[in-house]
Design a protein around this ligand. Structure first.
Ligand code: UD1
Ligand code: CA
Length: 457
């Protein structure tokens, strides 16, 4: 979308949400609503963007994309007033048309914006309003058309009986030609039931200023949905959740029991992968095809290859190659790279480590800050001792290494290719390739001890 800008209204507080934070930080699919709207603007290719913030602006700023500007609205005097806080941004911006959007209506999409802009340009309008038909229009501004022209947007508080029956409503998203919006700011007033500066007055102002106002009816009604209460937010969450699962199923992902499965809207999953109940996948995640994920698995910001199984386990900020099996009950913490065919079994924690191809870490083991080669086997209960209370150190393990049960590897330490450690060994010095290391006290057997010590019952 060349030469376009956006202004996102986001000065609302979280009072009705019962939140100390601004409302736009309330989350849909575990992502703040403002993030949905901002990402939509970026994905639509809108080049310059500005967010209008109110109380608690400092909470919101970290969630804005780096290329977004922010302005403050000190007093909440209405949507028209809020948009006018971005007056300088609009005047100085290198664009012809500007979208004004609500930061608390997360279901706007690049396609909807594009189609509305096309109509806006074709009709040469000063403003084009995105509208929707809804089952219950209560609380929304009603769209009054005269013929195929947009005559007015009438707010609930200002509407008569007949207007209240109109079910086409203002979604709260608009395209303005820049110069008309700037002229409207100079002309707007607050003579209405709520004593606010309404952005919606732009429609009648257009007629007065010799401009045309248009309406573009969205094919989906949820474009208008925002949240005012926690219950409203739960509704947005369930709509968003179902939408994501539907899209995945259409793309060949198998979700035989969708209840209790939550997948974020930035997750990509290949065909024939099965998601089982209790599974939550969030953030930027890519999962290959033919995997089985779940039950009860939690994956965030990771890449998982084809043919993997993740059973009742956590994976965060890591890369898992193809045909890896993880779980049950394992925890793959940030910055791990687990190579193809590796097996991470039950009650295993891996952190900031590389695990080589076909290596097995099957039971009750901690591997942290380690580089492990291919085809190694870790016995049960192995610990890489990476922390001395002050600093962390790395463990290096070559290819084809056999780590015996209950080995402690006191880092920094290296086990060379094909080396072995005996069960119960505490390795404190590097082990050369092909060597066996035993570091434990020799077993002593005291014959007849039970009788002579008087322990006999
Ligand atoms: C507004 C529209 C209504 C539309 C509805 C869609 C007006 C007058 N009415 O009503 O026609 O159907 O949205 O949801 O515009 N905001 C500020 N500063 C303010 C006031 C609002 O930043 O002073 C922000 C809010 O944080 C919110 C957005 O603007 O993100 C919309 O404001 P809200 O008060 O929710 O408007 P509605 O009364 O719902
Ligand atoms: Ca609203």
């Amino acid at each position: 979308m060349k030469r376009t800008g956006s202004v996102i209204l986001a000065a609302g507080d979280g009072k009705r949400m019962g939140s100390a934070k601004p409302k736009v930080l309330c989350e849909v699919l575990f992502r703040p609503m403002i993030g949905w709207v901002a990402d939509c603007c970026n994905a639509a290719g809108i080049e310059q963007n500005c967010v209008v913030l109110g109380n608690g602006a400092d909470f919101v700023r970290p969630f804005l994309p780096f290329n977004f500007e922010a302005v403050l609205q000190q007093e909440r005097l209405g949507t028209g007033h809020a948009a006018s806080m971005a007056r300088d941004f609009i005047r100085e911006g290198d664009f012809d048309h500007v979208a004004v959007l609500c930061g608390d209506a997360p279901f706007i999409t690049p396609d909807l914006l594009q189609e509305a802009l096309t109509l806006h340009r074709e009709q040469g309008n000063g403003v084009t309003v995105i509208t929707a038909r809804v089952a219950d229009p209560t609380g929304y501004g009603r769209i009054r058309r005269e013929g195929n022209r947009l005559a007015a947007i009438v707010e609930q508080a200002d509407a008569d009986e007949e207007t209240l029956r109109i079910d086409e409503i203002n979604a709260g998203a608009y395209w303005f030609r820049k110069d008309f919006l700037l002229r409207f700011f100079d002309a707007m007033g607050n003579d209405n039931a709520q004593g606010e500066y309404y952005l919606t007055d732009c429609v009648q102002a257009a007629a007065r200023l010799g401009e045309t106002a248009g309406a573009w009816l969205s094919p989906t009604a949820d474009v208008a949905l925002g949240a005012n209460t926690r219950k409203g937010l739960a509704l947005l969450n369930s709509i968003a959740r179902e939408r994501v699962l539907d899209k995945l199923m259409d793309a060949g992902v198998s979700i035989p029991f969708p209840d209790g499965i939550v997948v974020g809207d930035q997750v990509e999953i290949g065909p024939d992968t099965v998601l089982l109940p209790g599974t939550i996948i969030l953030g930027k995640v890519t999962i290959g095809s033919g995997c089985e994920i779940g039950p009860n698995s939690h994956i965030t910001d990771s890449v998982i290859g084809d043919g993997c199984r993740v059973i009742s386990s956590y994976i965060d900020q890591s890369t898992i190659e193809e045909n890896v099996k993880i779980g049950p009950m394992s925890n793959v913490r940030p910055n791990c790279h687990i190579k193809s065919g590796a097996k991470i079994g039950d009650f295993v924690e891996i952190k900031n480590s590389v695990i080589g191809s076909k290596t097995a870490v099957a039971h009750l083991t901690y591997v942290g800050d380690s580089d492990v080669g291919d085809r190694c086997n870790f016995g049960c209960g192995t610990v890489t001792v990476n922390y001395d209370g002050a600093k962390k150190y790395r463990t290096t393990i070559g290819n084809n290494v056999f780590v015996g049960c209950n080995t402690n590897l006191i880092a920094p330490v290296t086990m060379g290719d094909r080396s072995y450690s005996a069960a119960g060994t505490t390795v404190t010095q590097d082990v050369p390739p092909g060597a066996l290391v035993i570091g434990r006290s020799r077993q002593k057997v005291i014959e007849g001890w039970t009788e002579t010590s008087g322990k006999t019952k």
